[in-house]
Design a protein around this ligand. Structure first.
Ligand code: NAP
Length: 338
């Protein structure tokens, strides 16, 4: 069994902890929190050993009658891998602790690429990450872009690509964030950081990305255009490639998927925990080839898409399993159909 700890139990950490618990070859040793709130209480109700993320928060848990099993330092002594799911840029500050103790850590996309040896998307570069000591799972948008662009590039070759990303303004529980009544250029300068981030995983893809923030909480929506090397490719061939690829779900607008709201509703109907969609979701009827360029829309459930990548990154760090076998185990444990 691979012994895993999760440092940070927020949007991503809670989901990664549940996903780790669902693996036959992993044991969740514990999770950490700073605040003694309902999320910490729910961790205890799930029988997840709870540790204080900082020394100073130990007394806050005691004051709120929540039993902690120790501090992050105690958790680090018991694990083979730590998954850092702390807020943006905090992971890099935590790294020193990991270097001195467990020596193997997974970071999230809010950290800069230099925090780890490899930036990771399982179906793109698992083998490169195998045996690394520090892996960075890239952000939700970068994960989706890499899955889609890698699929097209592997099958048909990409000359260059363009992406316009309408980003959710905030996660559902972030009541103090906006926008409420604006479309925000995020940033005004072009390209947005996403293009460079894709190149940390797929260095040869020529991509320009642009990003806007919109008043929604449940998904991002990408508009993608890619010039194909092979100009004889048909729309049906592109659809087949997406339907074959792992962790890409193909849906049809004429079946009622008129917006991201129906896509999340599908996840509810599928009985997915927390409505989670681990797949990048591509609208089949948007796929059009005009003058050698393929166009399509893609939805990204920001809270969920990186969860399977974290599970695979744990196996990549341990280095014993192939990417194909890890992806297959992760998919079947999380109910990802292909
Ligand atoms: N949210 C998304 O849509 C999304 C998508 C993909 C990737 N990511 C990336 O995933 C990472 C985590 O984001 P998130 O949205 O899960 O954040 P979040 O919901 O704010 O959760 C962060 C967690 O870290 C804990 N924490 C705070 N300071 C800490 C410290 N010094 N050491 C350890 N833990 C600490 C917080 O504890 P308390 O709850 O007790 O305050 C909280 O449980 C970021 O790098 C982010 O960019 C986020």
């Amino acid at each position: 069994m691979i012994r895993v700890g999760v440092n940070g139990y927020g949007v991503i950490g809670r989901r990664v902890a549940d996903a780790v618990s669902a693996q036959q070859d992993m044991k969740l040793i514990g999770v950490t929190k700073v605040k003694p709130d309902y999320k910490a209480r729910m961790a205890l109700e799930k029988k997840y050993p709870l540790y204080a993320a900082t020394e100073s928060s130990v007394k806050d848990f005691a004051k709120n009658s929540m039993e902690v099993s120790g501090t992050i330092e105690d958790l680090l002594k018991q694990v083979d891998v730590i998954v850092d799911a702390s807020p943006d840029d905090v992971g890099a500050k935590n790294k020193e602790k990991y270097v001195e103790t467990v020596g193997r850590a997974i970071f999230q996309g809010g950290e800069s690429p230099g925090v780890a040896e490899v930036s990771f998307v399982a179906q793109c570069n698992f083998e490169k990450a195998r045996g690394a000591k520090f892996i960075r799972v890239v952000s939700c948008n970068t994960t989706a872009l890499c899955r889609a662009l890698h699929t097209i590039d592997e099958n048909f070759g990409i000359e260059r690509a363009r992406a316009v990303i309408a980003r959710r303004g905030a996660d559902p529980d972030e009541t103090s964030k906006g926008p409420i009544d604006a479309v925000v250029l995020d940033p005004a300068e072009i390209p947005s950081h996403h293009a460079g981030d894709v190149n940390t995983v797929l260095p040869d893809i020529k991509l320009v990305s642009m990003a806007l923030k919109v008043p929604t909480t449940h998904m991002h929506l990408h508009t993608l255009i890619a010039s194909l090397r092979d100009r004889s490719v048909t729309e049906n061939q592109v659809i087949d490639a997406f339907e074959e690829a792992t962790r890409i779900m193909v849906i049809e607008g004429h079946s009622g998927f008129k917006s991201t709201a129906q896509v999340i509703d599908l996840a509810r109907e599928m009985g997915r925990p927390r409505n989670d969609l681990y797949e990048a979701v591509i609208w089949k009827d948007s796929i059009r080839i005009v003058e050698g360029e393929v166009h399509f829309y893609m939805g990204v459930h920001q809270e969920a898409i990186v969860v399977p990548e974290n599970v695979d990154a744990i196996r990549a760090i341990i280095g014993k399993e192939s990417g194909k076998s890890s992806i297959s185990s992760t998919n079947s444990s999380l109910g990802i159909l292909k």
